[in-house]
Design a binder for this molecule. Structure first.
Ligand code: GLU
Length: 295
């Protein structure tokens, strides 16, 4: 039996659209082409961004496209105890530490160092609480991107099945990142690593907008002593403004009156031209075509 386990891990912030279907279809095709299992995990840890009912709608949309998980889906909101246990291990090992800084504390510290470096809106944490809270109250918990010194292993190198060799200087490009937020919510990075490991995921297939997160996830996998899956980041569908398709730039919910047309569009983003007149035929032909591309 194949050791392949794949997953699609949508955040229920709205219905599936043309862009998210590409990632769903690619992960399903890759699992089928490898004779593996395909799981769905609802990533609902960022509760303020979740839309009630979007989880059920996404599952119904997937089912309408013939993409049915091989096990009952998981909801991350029910898995806090696992994330807490992982966090405690990271703190005990010295990898994670409490942080008292607000966003304005961080901006001020960066400005004082003369190095305000906004990175897509995210600030590279200046390390204020790395050696202790100095009497301030803990708010968040952060992951140390360098255990001893950045110079020891400044870059994380990894291979993407589509993008090829990748590298990121975690300390400089990202800095110590949040594992548990000041509002008590779990950060995506920790939840995704704990769950990919707990579910035995061998292959992560997801949109290219997430590629930048991979080095943080690899660092967490190493710190927790769990396996690093293989990664494949799929092409994005762009909205009218040239950015990744999202609700903000025109994505509309998939029209499920014609799942075959939606699947055909998603496959063409993946470079597959599939001629089929019904959904089962489409999925069979697409699986064969995908198998040839990964063989
Ligand atoms: N939940 C994330 C999202 O919808 C995807 C996480 C992942 O595939 O690693 O953007």
């Amino acid at each position: 039996m194949s050791g392949y386990v794949g997953r699609f891990a949508p955040s229920p912030t709205g219905p599936l659209h043309a862009g998210s279907l590409v990632a769903a279809l690619a992960s399903w095709l890759d699992a089928r082409a490898h004779g593996g299992r395909w799981l769905v995990r609802i990533e609902d840890v960022d509760t303020p961004r979740c839309v009630p009912g979007a989880d059920r709608l996404i599952l119904a949309q997937l089912a309408a496209c013939g993409l049915v998980p091989d096990e009952e889906p998981l909801w991350q909101s029910a898995r806090g105890a696992l994330y807490q246990a992982a966090l405690e291990r990271l703190v005990a090992a010295g990898w994670a530490y409490p942080c008292a800084c607000t966003r304005s504390d961080i901006e001020r510290a960066l400005a004082a160092q003369g190095q305000a470096k906004p990175r897509g809106g995210e600030l590279v944490y200046p390390g204020t609480c790395r050696d202790g809270l100095q009497g301030r109250a803990a708010r968040a918990v952060r992951m140390r991107t360098s255990f001893v010194a950045c110079a020891d292993e400044p870059e994380i190198h990894w291979h993407d099945r589509r993008l090829g060799a990748q590298r990121q200087h975690l300390c400089e490009a990202v800095g110590d990142f949040v594992l548990k937020r000041a509002d008590g919510l779990w950060a995506y990075q920790l939840a995704v690593v704990v769950d990919d490991a707990a579910q035995g995921i061998s292959d992560v297939v997801r949109g290219e907008d997430l590629a930048d997160n991979t080095p943080r996830q690899i660092l967490l996998q190493r710190a927790l002593g769990v396996a690093t899956p293989r990664y494949l980041h799929t092409p994005l569908v762009l909205g009218a403004n040239g950015e990744k398709l999202s609700k903000q730039n025109g994505a509309t919910a998939l029209d499920l009156r014609d799942p075959l047309a939606a699947l055909r569009d998603a496959a063409s983003v993946l470079g597959l031209r599939i001629e089929a007149t019904d959904r089962p035929g489409f999925l069979a032909v697409a699986t064969e075509a995908w198998r040839r591309t990964v063989a």
